[in-house]
Design a protein around this ligand. Structure first.
Ligand SMILES: Nc1ncnc2c1ncn2[C@@H]1O[C@H](COP(=O)(O)OP(=O)(O)OP(=O)(O)O)[C@@H](O)[C@H]1O
Length: 601
């Protein structure tokens, strides 16, 4: 790696250090204030802050990182409380019950997630509410187990073994430990490959799948972790309250409340849920304490007011405010980039084309009555650039979707040769990615909330699971793809040319052996087209075999070793570019006579 990358990799570390000190100071205050004040009510408020902060942080793993707005998280809270409380009469410590509850909750979470993760937006939220109501009704019905509407008293045995104390401070220590543990898990997730994959899946599921992410599995893992953590807090809260009943334990209002803390503090950030809790819980508890029975339900008014103010003035929550501040402090872009590309004359001569590396045989695909690909066969050889051209609606993108696992052909097969020479037929986008096939999308699919570098890291994680190595690979790829100076910008701020390069950079960071490019030059000006042609030549010379759908004939003529022409879903011609453009059928269906007049032999 070039020397110039060293400052770039060190600078964020200093920011992280400052942030870590801030977090440690905040946590120390949360623990120290109630211990120093020594008042029961203050201790109770801080215990509540710790517990709700932990619950909101756990919720945020699914609701924020994965972007799935669950309103049924009380299910796991209730399971945690009931599992431990039901085991206590058998002499089993709640600490053991807590682990059992976490395991049951993780399994229930996966069971609910499997059908629900097929749903999007409000439908997902509604489905989680429906599951919560079913479980609440079941808990009310099975009175022998749960005590039904009458509820269940937790046997009053005190001491660390039973999680019940006369003093407040042991409860405070446990609640604080839960908050710290949940934050540590959440922070680890956010900064690991798992967290990057979750955010990528939230932002653009197809692009994440093309980068090799098994999007369903990653979401199920998130719900399992989130459910287990929520359940652990539920166990302790049940013991702290010493009385549990279905209406309170499986409450919709409680589920909404947890989600709201995260929304107020900053959804999808590690500390946001805690910030939200720190703002709202003291306000509501103090209002309750001061006004007592004269203003029952006032806490709902406080939540509502804070939520309205946040939505109006801080749509990214409190954490968004902090992020804006640190981003402006850190606006320090260095100039210059490592050498981006090797000059063409310095590159070694191209080796002869090798054996077929991707083969499609007799692909047929219909959408209802419309035959979009009919008996399409093609073969890409090692080191080759295969151009696919054809008029709009010819079926080119549909063919690409079959070559990358996004669509299953009704008949026909796609085979990919692995590095060891064996042929496989993957069935899913991540299966194709694992077989070495990378693809771009005709309509660019950036992970908008991530920086350019983080976007490229999503591709780099495919072969470099560690964050540091993925970052190193992404920096190198950014330099090669001419994105060095934009690496710390949010992807949404790039121009169309930059977005197209980012699309290719993300795929190249996966180190694919086969690259499928879907109209990467559409909408580019002449300078950017020439730049893109040089970029693709360089990728080809690095040993990647390429299939490119393109309308820019200048690029097709300059790059392609072989061209396939599609029209109305059928291959109407194929061969060397110079032969194909003179084919009367191609001229009639696609190029037009003007093209031949403008490009005489
Ligand atoms: N999911 C779908 N459901 C129904 N019809 C579809 C679907 N996707 C594509 N089509 C139709 O299939 C045909 C081929 O579309 P496709 O996008 O593959 O063409 P294309 O050659 O890539 O076109 P363009 O050059 O405009 O991108 C079009 O008529 C399109 O409307």
């Amino acid at each position: 790696m070039n020397d110039m990358t060293v400052p770039a990799t060190q600078r964020p570390a200093r920011r992280v250090d400052a942030a870590s000190i801030g977090v440690a100071a905040l946590l120390a205050l949360i623990l120290a204030v109630p211990l120093l004040v020594g008042d029961d009510f203050v201790s109770h408020v801080f215990i509540t802050i710790c517990l709700y902060g932990a619950l909101a942080t756990a919720w945020n793993i699914v609701g924020g990182f994965a972007g799935q707005l669950s309103l049924g998280h009380a299910i796991f809270y209730g399971i945690g409380a009931y599992t431990a409380a039901l085991l206590v009469p058998y002499g089993i410590s709640p600490w053991i019950g807590m682990l059992g509850g976490a395991l049951v909750s993780a399994l229930v979470g996966v069971g609910i997630g499997l059908p629900c993760f097929r749903l999007r937006g409000p439908f997902f939220a509604l489905a989680t509410i429906a599951f919560l109501q079913v479980i609440r009704l079941l808990a009310l019905h099975f009175t022998g187990l749960t005590g039904g509407a009458v509820g269940l008293m937790v046997p009053l045995q005190t001491g660390w073994q039973w999680m019940i104390f006369f003093d407040r401070w042991p409860s405070l220590l446990i609640a604080f430990g839960m908050l710290a543990f949940t934050l540590a898990v959440s922070g680890w997730i956010r900064h690991s490959r798992f967290g990057y994959y979750l955010v990528a899946t939230r932002e653009r599921e197809p692009a994440a799948a093309a980068a090799g992410v098994n999007t369903l599995r990653i979401r199920l893992a998130a719900v399992a972790v989130s459910a287990a953590l929520t359940s652990m807090v539920g166990t302790f809260h049940g013991m702290y309250l010493t009385f549990i009943e279905p209406e309170a334990m499986f409450s919709l209002a409680f589920s909404v409340q947890i989600a709201m803390f995260a929304l107020i503090g900053g959804i999808g950030t590690v500390l946001g849920p805690l910030f939200g809790t720190l703002l709202v819980v003291p306000l509501t508890e103090l209002a309750r304490g001061w006004l007592g029975a004269s203003a029952l339900g006032l806490h709902g008014f406080v939540y509502g007011t804070v939520l309205v103010l946040i939505v109006l003035f801080l749509p990214d929550g409190l954490a968004g405010l902090l992020r804006r501040k640190t981003a402006s402090d850190a606006a320090d872009v260095e100039a210059g980039a490592p050498a981006a590309s090797v000059p063409a004359e310095a590159r070694p001569a191209r080796p002869p084309l090798g054996e077929p590396i991707l083969v499609a045989e007799h692909l047929n695909k219909r959408f209802g009555g419309l035959a979009v690909t009919t008996d399409v066969s093609l073969s890409l050889r090692q080191g080759e650039v295969l151009g696919i051209i054809g008029p709009n609606g010819a079926g080119k993108t549909t063919l690409f979707n079959q070559l990358s696992g996004f669509l299953a052909p009704q008949s026909g097969v796609v085979r990919v040769r692995l590095a060891d020479g064996s042929l496989v037929t993957p069935a899913t986008p991540h299966g194709f990615a694992h077989a070495g096939v990378g693809r771009t999308f005709q309509i660019v699919q950036p992970f908008a909330a991530m920086t350019v570098l983080e976007n490229i890291m999503i591709g780099a994680f495919h072969r470099h699971p560690g964050r540091a190595e993925a970052r190193e690979k992404a920096l190198e790829t950014a330099a090669r793809m001419g994105l060095w100076s934009q690496r710390d910008l949010e992807a949404r701020s790039l121009t169309i040319g930059g977005l197209k390069r980012l699309e290719v950079a993300r795929v190249m960071a996966m180190e694919p052996r086969i690259l499928l490019l879907d109209e990467v030059m559409a909408g580019l000006n002449q300078t950017d087209v020439r730049r893109a042609i040089r970029m693709i030549e360089q990728i080809r010379d690095d040993g990647v075999s390429i299939i490119a759908i393109e309308h820019v004939m200048q690029a097709i003529m300059a790059l392609s070793d072989h061209v396939v022409v599609l029209n109305s879903g059928r291959v109407i011609a194929e061969g060397q570019p110079k032969e194909v453009v003179r084919d009367p059928m191609v001229i009639e269906a696609y190029l037009g006579k003007d093209f031949v007049d403008a490009h005489p032999a």
